[in-house]
Design a protein around this ligand. Structure first.
Ligand code: KG4
Ligand code: ZN
Length: 416
C-alpha cells in the first residue's frame, strides 16, 4: 500500500516539539508519559475515514474524519473501488491529524482498535492493513472491532449506562434490535430481512432527485428526507407500514421503497414531471415515508421491550433503550421512539448526532471497553482478516417470533 512505508518517519516525531516530544525522540516507546490507557480507533468500514484517540475515562483527546458523502452523492451511491481509493488517499493524513490534535505519538498508545467487520470488503481492507503496519511497527496490542458493537456501546461514553440495555441500531447498512448484556455479550432479537432504513431513505431521496434541491444538495439521503419532510404534510399520502401481521422484531424496507417508487411514478405522471425533476409533492412524499419508517421502527422496538420484560431480560421499570446509527439522528424517528419509551416506562437515550453516524471515537471507545474488560486484545495479529459479513451476538429472533407478542396500538402523532 502506498502510504504505509512512510509511517515510521512521520509517526515517531511528535507534531509539537515540546519536552515530551523531545524525550520520545530518544526512546522507541517510553510508555510511562501517559498514566491513563489511550486507544487509537480507526474506522473505514464504509465511506468515512475516521480516527480518534480516547482515554479510559472517556475523554476524547483528538479526532479527525474524511467523509466521502459528496463524492458518492454524485455517483448515486457508494462505488466500492472509489471508496477504497479515497480511504487510501486519506487514512494516513487522518491518523496524523488525530495524533497531532491529541498531542501524543503512537508510542503513547495502549492499543490500536480498528473496525474489521462488518462492512465493505475493499474499505475494511484499507483500515486493517494500515493498522497492522502500525501495530507491527510500534509493537502495540491490536483490538479488532465489530462496527455494530461500537455503535451500541457509544452511549456508555456519553452517559452512565449499565448493562443490560436494549439497543436499536439503524443506519445505511444495518438495522437490528439487540439486548446488550456486556461489552461483547449481545442477544439479537431482530434484524432487517432486506435493506436497512438508511439505504431505503437514500434510495427514495435519489428517486426524488433531492440532490438537485437547493436546500438538500449536500445532505445524505436520510437527512434530506428529514429536512424536506418538515415542509410537507404526512397526511397527504398513506403508506402502510410493512410486516403488520408478523409478530416478531424483524424489519423490512424494500416493500416500502417500492411502494414509494410507485407513488413517485404516479405523481410524476399526474404533475407532468419527467423523472429527474423535483415533484411539487416531494415534501409530502418525504413526510409520508419518514412517518411510515418511524412507525415500523417503533412497533418492532415496542415488541422487543415487551419481550425482554416478559423474559426478565430487562428490569420492569427504568430499563434503558438506546438508539444509535446514522438514522438515529432523525428527530422524527426519535420522537416516535420516545412515545414507545414513555409507554413502557423506559428511558430513551441517543448519542449526540455526530456520534450516531460513523466516527473514530466509537471505535476507540470500544477499544477502551474491551481493554478494561480484557476481551479480544491481540498481541499476535497473524492470520487476522476482515469480515464483510458478521452477525452481532446470539440470534434469538426465532424465540421472539414464537412468543408472538401483540403490541398495543400507539398513536405516533406529535408536532416537531
Ligand atoms: O451510521 P452511518 O453513518 O453509516 C452506516 O451506514 O454505517 O449511517 C448513514 C446512514 C445513511 O443512510 C444516511 O442517509 C442516514 O444514515 N442518515 C439519516 C439522517 N442522517 C443520516 N437518516 C435519517 N435521518 C437523518 N437525519
Ligand atoms: Zn455505522
Amino acid at each position: 500500500m502506498l502510504i504505509l512505508s512512510k509511517t515510521a518517519g512521520v509517526f515517531s516525531r511528535s507534531p509539537k516539539r515540546n519536552v515530551y516530544g523531545f524525550l520520545r525522540s530518544f526512546s522507541v516507546c517510553p510508555g510511562t508519559l501517559f498514566p491513563h490507557k489511550l486507544v487509537l480507533g480507526i474506522e473505514t468500514s464504509c465511506d468515512d475515514t475516521a480516527a480518534a484517540v480516547v482515554d479510559e475515562a472517556g475523554h476524547v483527546l483528538g479526532e479527525a474524519m474524511h467523509s466521502q458523502t459528496e463524492v458518492h452523492l454524485k455517483t448515486g451511491g457508494i462505488v466500492p473501488p472509489v471508496a477504497q481509493q479515497l480511504h487510501r488517499e486519506n487514512i494516513q493524513r487522518i491518523v496524523e491529524e488525530t495524533l497531532s490534535a491529541s498531542s501524543i505519538s503512537l508510542c503513547d498508545l495502549s492499543a490500536i482498535a480498528t473496525t474489521i467487520k462488518p462492512g465493505l470488503a475493499l474499505s475494511l481492507g484499507v483500515g486493517l492493513s494500515f493498522s497492522l503496519q502500525l501495530v507491527n511497527q510500534f509493537k502495540k496490542p491490536f483490538i479488532p472491532i465489530h462496527h455494530m458493537e461500537a455503535h451500541a456501546l457509544t452511549i456508555r461514553l456519553t452517559n452512565k449506562v449499565e448493562f443490560p440495555f436494549l439497543v436499536l441500531l439503524i443506519s445505511g447498512g444495518h438495522c437490528l434490535l439487540a439486548l446488550v448484556r456486556g461489552v461483547s455479550d449481545f442477544l439479537l432479537l431482530g434484524k432487517s430481512l432486506d435493506i436497512a432504513p438508511g439505504d431505503m431513505l437514500d434510495k427514495v431521496a435519489r428517486r426524488l432527485s433531492l440532490i438537485k434541491h437547493p436546500e438538500c444538495s449536500t445532505m445524505s439521503g436520510g437527512k434530506a428526507i428529514e429536512h424536506l419532510a418538515k415542509q410537507g404534510n404526512r397526511f397527504h399520502f398513506t403508506i402502510n407500514p410493512p410486516m403488520q401481521n408478523a409478530k416478531n422484531c424483524d424489519f423490512s424496507f424494500t416493500g416500502l421503497q417500492h411502494v414509494t417508487d410507485k407513488l413517485i411514478k404516479h405523481k410524476e405522471k399526474e404533475e407532468g414531471v419527467e423523472q429527474g425533476q423535483i415533484l411539487s409533492s416531494a415534501a409530502d412524499i418525504a413526510a409520508a415515508v419518514q412517518h411510515t419508517t418511524a412507525c415500523h421502527l417503533a412497533k418492532r422496538t415496542h415488541r422487543a421491550i415487551l419481550f425482554c420484560k416478559q423474559k426478565k431480560l430487562l428490569p420492569p421499570t427504568n430499563a434503558v433503550l438506546v438508539v444509535s446509527g446514522g438514522v438515529a439522528s432523525n428527530l422524527y424517528i426519535r420522537r416516535a421512539l420516545e412515545i414507545v419509551a414513555n409507554e413502557t416506562q423506559c428511558t430513551l437515550l441517543c448519542p449526540p448526532p455526530r456520534l450516531c453516524t460513523d466516527n473514530g471515537i466509537m471505535i476507540a471507545w470500544n477499544g477502551i471497553e474491551r481493554l478494561r474488560a480484557g476481551l479480544g486484545i491481540l498481541h499476535d495479529v497473524e492470520g487476522i482478516r476482515y469480515e464483510p459479513k458478521c452477525p452481532l451476538g446470539v440470534d434469538i429472533s426465532k424465540e421472539v417470533a414464537e412468543a408472538a407478542i401483540k403490541v398495543p396500538q400507539l398513536k405516533i402523532q406529535f408536532d416537531l
